[in-house]
Ligand binder design. Structure first.
Ligand SMILES: [Zn+2]
Ligand SMILES: [Zn+2]
Ligand SMILES: [Zn+2]
Length: 340
């Protein structure tokens, strides 16, 4: 099926089982609609767009070795009810091009959720499944999926991996990642924060990395500012609190239409006995207060992502979820499409 036909078929709802958001009736989990209702599958937009491929913190849902109420619930239900680690597709349906933002431990199913874009070969491994990968940083949820591009699995050839100089050095100098470089399965494309680059062949789409504060043990950490033909988006899956930002978040968001933000924790209540300064992610309640004016004015769309297993926003009927929606903010769901 060529991409135009796929596009039309999707618009008619005929491809509903290709997308991650599709769950068979009756296996709803946290964030799913009630049993009997299929999760909505966003139609493929005409132009470049972002697709949510995962929305939770690095450990996924369920977390390994966790028997908290949300992890147990996710484990009890079929796999389609589980949540994948935060990642986006930057997609051009007209040219059939697919770029992945962050390579997560859930990359196997996340790559599959992109097979309705382009014209992948049928009946065998697609050794050219992507046009590029953008990496934010070297924490386990954001780059370890690269291992699937090695000879044990997809065995890509010169797949462009866009990352900062420090991140590139980390991959080049440490196994097993260095083997991907040595075998030329990936090609490290070093990016400079503040300098736009073009991972898609449509030059109307540009991406700019910006350095953000985070615990940077192995690499620095970046957010991506993505400019499309119509709209621009800032993707910040992982950062320290906004008061560490210089320039401030509101200044960065001037002229930006969409913000997809780190929502690891909803409030400090989730962390009994923990010192919040050890894990200084911005709290959702603080992010809402900071951005309330722009959201109320309709000049900024805010989507929350990178949710920790402790976050009540994982439950569709939670008071936290209702409060977020009442204030005009959104919780990102796998399968959501955001036109650029
Ligand atoms: Zn993370
Ligand atoms: Zn848990
Ligand atoms: Zn991180």
């Amino acid at each position: 099926m060529n991409s135009t036909i796929r596009h039309r078929a999707a618009a008619l709802g005929l491809l509903s089982c290709l997308a991650l958001a599709c769950a068979p009736a009756g296996d709803a989990g946290p964030g799913d609609p009630p049993a009997g209702q299929a999760a909505p599958v966003a139609p493929i937009p005409d132009g470049p767009f972002l697709r949510a491929l995962g929305t939770v913190q690095d450990g996924g849902l369920p977390h390994a070795s966790c028997n908290c109420i949300r992890c147990e619930d996710a484990r009890r239900r079929p796999p389609s009810a589980r949540r994948r680690v935060a990642s986006l597709g930057l997609l051009d349906p007209e040219r059939g091009e697919r770029v992945l933002i962050d390579a997560t431990p859930d990359i196997r199913t996340q790559l599959h959720a992109l097979t309705d874009i382009g014209d992948p070969p049928q009946g065998r491994t697609d050794r050219d499944p992507l046009d590029g990968v953008l990496l934010t940083h070297a924490h386990m949820g954001h780059y370890t999926g690269l291992m699937h591009f090695g000879r044990e699995a997809v065995h890509t050839s010169e797949l462009p991996v866009y990352c900062t100089e420090r991140m590139a050095g980390f991959l080049r100098e440490n196994g097993p990642w260095s083997q991907l470089v040595d075998l030329r399965e990936i090609s490290l494309e070093e990016i400079t924060p503040g300098t736009p680059f073009h991972p898609l062949s449509d030059r109307r789409v540009s991406v700019e990395a910006m350095t953000v504060p985070h615990r940077d043990e192995f690499s620095d950490t970046v957010a991506f500012l993505i400019h499309g033909p119509e709209r621009s988006a800032l993707y910040v899956p992982d950062t320290d609190t906004w008061d560490h930002w210089d320039p401030p978040l509101l200044e960065v968001l001037e002229g930006v239409d969409i913000a997809l933000l780190d929502a690891t924790f909803y409030s400090a209540d989730e962390l009994p006995g923990r010192d919040p300064s050890e894990i200084p992610h911005p709290l959702v309640i603080d992010s809402m207060n900071l951005l309330a004016e722009r959201v109320a004015a309709g000049t900024l769309e805010v989507w929350f992502t990178h949710l920790n297993h402790s976050n009540p926003l994982l439950e569709e009927d939670s008071a936290a979820r209702r409060e977020v929606e009442r204030r005009g903010f959104k919780v990102l769901r796998e399968g959501d499409a955001i036109p650029l």
